[in-house]
Design a protein around this ligand. Structure first.
Ligand code: ADP
Ligand code: MG
Length: 688
């Protein structure tokens, strides 16, 4: 039972008021075909839209089976549109680029039933309107009559009680119009079919009741005795739930994203630049931190302790007091576990070392044939002699042994030095036991630029190669000296070791367990030294510096993220404008505001996932490029430089970035999505 009570509707156009419906009241029983007739502009469409709850702005009331539309809330109206009324429009309002089946399924999408069930029902509905052989055809390939049948099948999808058809034959020729009327007549055996028509002869042939209107007023309601009767065909009743799932919304948006793939990908690419920037900032800083920390840990084993003067704490570098040679023994006496040290000597007058190749003839000519311009090679040679480090080198030994404890003429050389010495082929292991000749000369003299032969007063010392170690530590040797080397300097170069000054002292402890606690105690005592785990101090300094770099880089990338967010917002907004008709159709078949919101949020979700995906893949590629570039650069310096992952995005950070990107783009898309969902169904349908 449909009751229209004092229904009044006015439109405002500028200052003018148009009265479209003027106090209309009438009742209609179920199971009839009712035709509404009257001249153009008399308010027929307006009334249909009010009965269908497409327009909520009116006076009076529409009461369906005792329920008032005036009193109903937004959610009730959505349910009403979905379950109680079915719309058929003059201009069909179908999605032209989709198939008949998809159009009918659309109405069922909102019901949250399974895919198979949905397809089965849509098929049986299309069979019911005589379109079994047109299901897979796109709507824009169908004739007008066929389109209207699809629209009828869609209107029936959720088994409504009332079918509202606004001039359903208006766009059809006479013959197909009659076929559509037959169908509506059939449907009216079970439902109330309310139809607006321009053609009085159609009303007279098919309608049970004829409602006449003029100028927004009801003129008459008459029974039509001459109506034809048709056979009743049964259409299956469908049980539906009331929700469209987010998944259904996602699928719908996916279809749209695919339709507009150029734009979707362009947007995702744009956004991915910012994402890539942030990821790279994290990848590079975290990879570098990791690599550098590893290197530091390689140089400074767990038992290495840096020593500094407490009085230097917080002072700028130029005011820092250097450590003296006497500080070494004073520090060593602090704790019985301290057994060895490295002293970094930065003062003048310390000899710099370099070496000749093994070739005897070269030594005889006293000419520098193999120019050891490779800093790394030169540096690594004597590095090995520092006793504290020897322990660490033990694990890296490839050939030979460590120097004997009291030996004064044995060395371990690095693998890259060994390869340099055996440049002309020959087994590396044959180098063990051979002599190499190392020249020492005053700091400041440059052997590499010397063309004539011997630079000023070189002292040549012969060393025997005890072992070859695969190590990559890169620290100038003349700069760092152990006790052993200092004694060597004193003897060979007549240096007074008590005058040596250094800017770093690293001591080694026998104890590695509870070392930190032990150091804490020492630091709390009255001594003038501050002792810290070397690896930890330096690593944390590196980490601190890297974090600063990271945030600076992320700040830059952040700007492009803001731009990207705006872009997503605009793209979703454009999409809303493009799909405004679809929004209207969806609302007309009962989509909730929430469903429309979901559809567009789902669209931004897709853009977000794509952006993050593209950004992360780029990051992976660029990281690989950076790593190989660094590798080949290091290979030029030293042939045994390892492959280091200086750019590496940790998996957990990648996950965070993905999440961030998806959330960001969903937030960006939210506003336009909200606008779309708030649109009145009738406004959306009217705009084309
Ligand atoms: P019918 O469907 O009988 O041809 P309508 O219900 O479409 O008539 O229109 C009734 C009156 O309301 C007409 O005068 C029309 O100009 C006016 N009208 C309809 N829709 C609007 C609108 N959206 N804005 C302003 N006036 C409108
Ligand atoms: Mg009309």
């Amino acid at each position: 039972m449909l009751q229209i009570k004092n229904l009044r509707k006015t439109y405002k156009i500028g200052k003018h008021q148009v009265i479209a419906l003027d106090n209309v009241s009438f009742d209609l029983p179920n199971g009839k075909l009712v035709a509404i007739v009257g001249p153009s502009g008399c308010g027929k469409t307006t009334m249909m839209n009010l009965i269908g709850a497409l327009d909520g702005d009116f006076e009076g009331d529409v009461v369906v089976n005792g329920k008032s539309l005036k009193e109903a809330g937004g959610k009730d109206l959505d349910t009403y549109r979905k379950n109680t009324v079915g719309f058929i429009f003059q201009q069909f309002n179908l999605l032209n680029s989709q198939t008949s089946l998809q159009n009918v399924e659309l109405a069922l999408d909102l019901s949250g039933i399974s895919k198979q069930e949905k397809t089965k029902k849509a098929k049986s509905l299309l069979e019911g309107v005589g379109l079994s052989d047109q299901m897979k055809k796109k709507v824009n390939k169908l004739s007008g009559g066929q389109r209207q049948r699809v629209a009828i099948a869609r209107a029936l999808a959720n088994d409504p009680e009332i079918i509202l058809a606004d001039e359903p034959t208006g766009a059809l020729d006479v013959k197909t119009g009659e076929q559509v009327m037959e169908l509506l007549k059939e449907i009216s055996k079970e439902k109330l079919v309310l139809m607006v028509t321009h053609a009085p002869e159609l009303a007279e042939t098919y309608a049970d009741l004829i409602v006449k209107m003029e100028d927004g007023k009801l003129i008459s309601i008459e029974e039509n005795i001459s109506t034809v009767s048709t056979a009743v065909s049964k259409i299956d009743k469908i049980e539906t739930k009331s929700k469209m799932s987010f998944l259904a919304a996602l699928k719908m948006s996916m279809r749209n994203a695919w339709l507009k793939k150029g734009r979707t990908i362009a947007t995702a690419l744009g956004t991915s630049i910012g994402i890539c920037g942030i990821s790279l900032a994290i990848a590079i800083t975290s990879g570098t931190t990791h690599t550098v920390t590893n290197q530091i840990n390689g140089i400074f084993p767990a038992n290495a302790i840096t020593v500094s003067l407490k009085e230097n704490a917080g002072k700028p570098l130029r005011d820092v007091k250097p450590l003296k040679y006497s500080d070494i023994s004073e520090t060593m006496s602090l704790n019985k576990n301290l057994y060895d040290y490295i002293f970094a000597i930065g003062g003048k007058g310390i000899p710099v070392d370099t070496f000749y190749s093994l070739d005897q003839s070269i030594i005889k000519d006293e000419k520098l044939v193999t120019k050891m311009s490779e800093q790394a090679t030169r540096e690594k040679l004597i590095m090995m002699m520092a006793p504290g480090i020897l322990e660490d080198v033990k694990n890296d030994l490839q050939y030979g042994t460590l120097p004997k404890k009291d030996s004064t003429n044995e060395v371990v050389i690095s693998l890259s030095t060994a390869k340099n010495l055996e440049k002309n082929g020959g087994e590396l292991k044959d180098l063990i036991g051979k002599d190499i000749y190392v020249r020492y000369f005053k700091q400041g003299a440059n052997p590499d630029n010397d063309q004539s032969g011997i630079p000023e007063v070189p002292i040549v010392k012969t060393w025997k190669i005890a072992g070859i170690a695969n190590t990559t530590t890169l620290i100038p040797t003349y700069y760092i000296s152990g006790d052993w080397l200092i004694n060597f300097y004193q003897k060979e170069f007549k240096i007074d070791k008590t005058t040596l000054e250094g800017n770093a002292l690293v001591v080694y402890s026998k104890n590695t367990k509870d070392l930190e606690e032990e150091l804490q105690k020492l630091n709390d005592s009255q001594s003038k030294y501050k002792l810290e785990l070397a690896a930890k101090t330096i690593s944390s300094q590196v980490e601190g510096a890297m974090n600063q770099i990271r945030y600076a880089l992320m700040g830059f990338a952040g700007v492009s993220i803001v731009v990207a967010a705006l872009m997503i917002s605009i793209v979703v907004y454009i999409s809303v404008l493009e799909r405004i008709n679809e929004i209207g159709i969806l609302r007309a078949v009962g989509a909730r505001k929430r469903d429309i919101l979901n559809i567009f949020v789902a669209e931004s979700f897709i853009i977000g996932v794509l952006s993050a995906g593209i950004g992360l893949i780029f990051t992976l590629g660029i990281s690989k490029l950076i790593n190989s570039a660094v590798y080949s650069f290091l290979q030029n310096i030293s042939s045994n430089a390892p492959y280091m992952e200086v750019a590496k995005l940790p998996l957990s950070d990648a996950g965070m970035i993905l999440l961030f990107c998806v959330v960001l783009s969903m937030i960006s898309g939210f506003y336009p999505a909200l606008k779309a969902s708030r649109m009145d169904p009738i406004d959306a349908l009217r705009r084309r």
